[in-house]
Design a protein around this ligand. Structure first.
Ligand code: ADP
Ligand code: MG
Ligand code: MG
Length: 887
């Protein structure tokens, strides 16, 4: 036997472990060998290994002597197993030639069935089977398939010829054609080939076989296959295997059939066989849509109210055998299987098995059920469910049965579905929401000032912006459905009307968004609420048992804190205080503080903010009930809070008694050329210490109050943003410590607390050893660390980043999935240097990456103590952290 050809079936199943290795035998070949090995009825055949594909394509598409000998021996194996001979006129062997790469891959050659038929062997097949109709039907199928996939002749030519025969005879369905019709059609097919090719259809069966083998290898290098490989990161040197297998015939009459099946329902996960089959049919007839396939089980047929008998009823014996095979395969593979089978004159044959694709819901149910059945252990169940797929399960989804009126489409920026009245600005959103209306905020794009409106809205739609636009990021964080970059939306603020596609709408009209697909629909489409108990809850309990890292959340509103806790958050990793400043009731005090001419002016405004901020923290500490809460002091550039319109300046002037001109001059002074790298973060604390002092006071007063009232421990973690040097942190830590001491003295109660910093500048990562002399914890702010390491501002990245990802410059959007190679080095280095100075220093990550499974795997590897994710990503992070810990 050649080292590159493996036999399966027919009692000569290869014992070479390579024959079951998908990398060598391809997925299809390995599973055929595996099925034959456990005694299932698999038509005998052989597999040419994937290695040959590479040699063939490297050697100018030639077959070497070793392969020729291997294939000859393989054919002999199939001949002796079946008692037929390839090319024999009396008792011909027919085979299928099937491609099969490591992973199933569109773009590869389609299967050729019935190979080995020619003008003479067709007679032998007719006589041997006693069924000339079947023989001629098989021959015409073969000519058509071979011509299409191997010889490259347009299949329409053959389909048209078949239609003409049907029309001439007044037939409607293929089953009405008799032997003589198929025979006549074969004549026409051969003429079509001769005309297209300038030579007759190959009659030599060996020429047919080598033609098909070569075509499989050629298809590996086809444009379609190359594009697919590029998009899916599949290396070009993997190659595809070729499977040559004895034909079994589902088209031999009413005791023959072919079908596809799943061992469990792939949509719901229900433990019920699911599948379709057709009597007297071959190969792809079931999926080709020529005839309507029938239900597999009586149960499914009755539930659907269908008439044509199920396989269970029509072929009880073959069905019972098939059901036994389902059970055996599940026990063997310990997973739901997707199966192809054929029944030839009541005898069952297995043609394929593989792990079946499934919906998120089904994946969850099957994983949990299989643990209950003792089929798999908890660790396997944890690894079976894609964490990102959970996202679909955490949000309301559109009722699939409901009617939809499509208006347009944008990017699926944040999952979930919501309906509501269109509102065109944040103030209207808030006002209408307060009256109890459901609203959808529709904007060209959003900015930080829209936060309260985004919060008030049930969903957000923007005409511009990508998947990492402000709207998308904030919506995901809040768990609001969002459709971004919907370029067919145009808004006219003057008339407060808008157009979506060709439809005219106005503010107040009801629309529905599906943030998982990007669809925009007219009217209210009913939704289905997510189910967070049951299987979901069970899997989460297992995940928690197996993970090492803690999972915290990024949250600052009571609502988000509650949501995150209900999703299992074990603390807050990032509470952004600036979001609290945008609140409608406070923005004027904030503006007064910013625009004040001197410290006294600022202190006066800050005094108004103190009780508000204290109340914020009280609410958070109460909800988090003793869990750690990391609060970041003010971070964004001040100009983000400034008034914009004349009306806003006038309003502010009235409120604080400073002239409009003075206010405008002061606002002008705050203008920055590049605010992302400007007067922000700890730089605010250094220049306006009274701001951080007020915030620290609010934190400690709230912490003491809640601790006294609840009797529980409250451990605030005060986080200083954008630190680059140890000195910055020393100064601000001293300020925080001083404020804490004052508050504790005033209240007569001392609390534990931590002061730490974000590591979000390359210099901070490099100097982490020194910074750790002042910091009790590091939180990796990977959003800014990515921006500053790559020199790319996230808000501007939309213009070029997709081109970068398409060309493979970055494998994935580095703002979605951490650039482990580059930015990751800084994280590792800072962790290492920080630990050296302060063994056991608390390390966490609080960027968007804290909810991304690949980034979470990196955090596990780096030994971080926790990841922090937006509330709706908490379950994803819990599962991903468990998967990372399990390796
Ligand atoms: P794909 O990878 O596209 O599913 P397959 O190689 O599995 O392609 O084959 C296509 C169809 O032909 C399937 O329905 C399969 O069951 C059928 N088929 C393949 N080989 C044989 C065979 N030896 N006898 C009968 N049917 C076959
Ligand atoms: Mg198949
Ligand atoms: Mg930052």
């Amino acid at each position: 036997m050649s080292a590159y050809v493996f036999y399966f079936g027919g009692g000569a199943n290869s014992t070479d472990p390579r024959s079951r290795d998908k990398t060598i035998a391809g997925g299809k070949g390995a599973n055929l060998a595996e099925m034959a090995g456990i005694g299932l009825p698999v038509p005998p055949g052989f597999t040419i290994s994937t290695e040959v594909c590479a040699t063939y394509n490297a050697n100018g598409k030639s077959f070497d002597a070793d392969l020729r000998a291997g294939v000859a021996a393989g054919v002999a194996h199939v001949e002796s197993s079946t008692g037929r001979k390839f090319g024999d006129t009396a008792n011909p062997l027919l085979v299928s030639v099937r491609s099969g790469a490591r992973v199933s891959m569109p773009g590869m050659m389609d299967t050729v069935l019935n190979l080995g038929l020619n003008d003479e062997t067709v007679q032998g097949l007719a006589q041997g089977s006693g069924n000339p109709r079947f023989a001629w039907d098989s021959y015409r199928r073969f000519i058509q398939m071979y011509s299409d996939v191997v010889l490259g002749i347009d299949h329409h030519l053959f389909e048209d010829a078949l239609e003409i025969v049907k029309e001439d005879n007044g037939f409607y369905a293929d089953v009405e054609l008799e032997a003589e019709h198929w025979q006549a059609l074969v004549g026409e097919y051969k003429a079509i080939v001769e005309k297209a090719l300038g030579r007759p259809f190959p009659q030599d069966v060996h020429e047919q076989l080598w033609g098909a083998i070569g075509a499989v290898f050629d298809s590996w290098e086809s444009e379609r296959a190359k594009v697919y490989r590029r998009l899916n990161d599949i290396p070009g040197d993997w190659g595809t295997a070729v499977n040559v297998q004895a034909m079994v015939f589902g088209n031999m009459g009413d005791t023959s059939a072919t079908g596809v099946a799943f061992t469990r329902d792939p949509a719901t996960g229900e433990k019920a066989y699911y599948g379709e089959w057709l009597v007297n049919a071959q190969g792809e007839d079931v999926v080709a849509g020529i005839r309507t396939p029938q239900y597999l089980t009586k149960f499914a047929r009755e539930r659907a109210g269908a008439k044509p008998l199920s396989m269970e009823e029509a072929m009880p014996e073959a069905y019972t055998e098939l059901a036994a095979v389902f059970e055996l395969l599940e026990k063997h593979y310990k997973d739901m299987q997707d199966i192809e089978f054929t029944v030839e004159r009541n005898k069952l044959w297995m043609l394929q098995t593989r792990s079946g694709k499934r919906t998120a819901k089904a994946a969850l149910k099957m994983a949990v059920d299989m643990v209950g059945e003792g089929l798999i252990d908890e660790a396997t169940a944890i690894k079976r469910v894609d964490p990102m797929a959970l996202d679909q399960l955490l949000h309301p989804t559109l009722d699939p049965k409901a009617e939809r009126d499509y208006l347009g489409k944008g990017l699926p920026a944040s999952p979930g579905a919501a309906s509501g009245a269109i509102v065109l600005d944040a103030e209207t959103a808030q006002a209408r929401a307060e009256r109890g209306d459901s609203v959808i905020l529709v904007r060209v794009e959003t900015s930080p000032e829209d936060i309260h409106g985004m919060h008030a809205a049930k969903g957000i739609l923007t005409a511009r912006g990508g998947m990492t636009s402000h709207a998308a990021v904030v919506a995901r964080g809040m768990g609001r459905p969002c459709v971004s970059g919907a370029s067919s939306v145009s808004i006219d603020m003057n008339s407060r009307t808008l157009k979506i596609g060709t439809r005219d709408l106005k503010e107040g009209d009801i629309i529905t968004l599906d943030g998982a697909t990007g669809d925009i629909m007219g009217g209210a489409v009913p939704t289905i609420e997510p189910e967070l108990v049951g299987d979901f809850g069970t899997l989460m309990v297992w995940a928690d048992k197996h993970r090492r890292m803690k999972v915290r959340t990024n949250a600052e509103t009571p609502e988000d804190c509650r949501t995150a806790r209900s999703f299992g958050a074990e603390g807050i990793g990032l509470c952004r205080t600036e979001h609290m400043f945008f609140d409608a009731g406070r923005i004027s005090a904030v503006r007064q503080m910013i625009l004040a001419e001197d410290e006294d002016g600022r202190r006066a405004a800050l005094a108004k903010l103190l009780p508000e901020q204290r109340a914020d923290f009280q609410a958070i500490f109460e909800i988090m009930a003793g869990l750690p809460v990391t609060i970041r002091l003010l971070d964004p550039p001040l100009h983000e809070f400034l008034p914009h319109s004349d009306a806003e300046f006038a309003e502010l002037s009235d409120a604080i008694g400073i002239g409009v001109e003075t206010l405008k001059r002061r606002a002008g002074e705050l203008h920055e050329f590049n605010p992302m790298l400007g007067h922000r973060g700890c730089r605010l604390g250094i220049t306006f210490p009274e701001i951080y002092e007020m915030q620290a006071r609010a934190i400690f007063e709230a912490a003491v109050d809640v601790a006294l009232a609840s009797g529980e421990a409250v451990v605030p973690e005060v986080m200083i943003p954008l630190v680059a040097t140890k000195k910055e942190l020393s100064i601000l830590k001293a300020l925080v410590d001083r404020t804490a001491a004052q508050v504790f003295a005033e209240k007569g109660k001392v609390l534990d607390y931590l002061v730490g910093t974000m590591i979000e500048l390359p210099r901070a990562a490099l100097m982490a050893g020194e910074i750790a002399e002042e910091a009790k914890f590091f939180s990796f702010g990977t959003n800014d660390l990515t921006q500053t390491t790559l020199g790319v501002s996230r808000d501007d990245a939309a213009r070029f980043l997709s081109a970068y990802v398409e060309q493979g410059i970055y494998a994935r959007d580095p703002f979605v999935s951490l650039d482990v190679e580059g930015v990751g080095q800084l994280v590792e280095l800072a962790a290492e240097r920080g630990r050296k100075t302060l063994p056991g220093i608390k390390l966490g990550i609080c960027g968007e990456h804290g909810g991304d499974p690949a980034s979470i795997a990196f955090c596990e590897k780096t030994g971080l103590d926790y990841v922090s994710a937006s509330p709706f990503r908490v379950p994803i992070a819990r599962l991903a952290a468990a998967q990372a810990a399990l390796g």
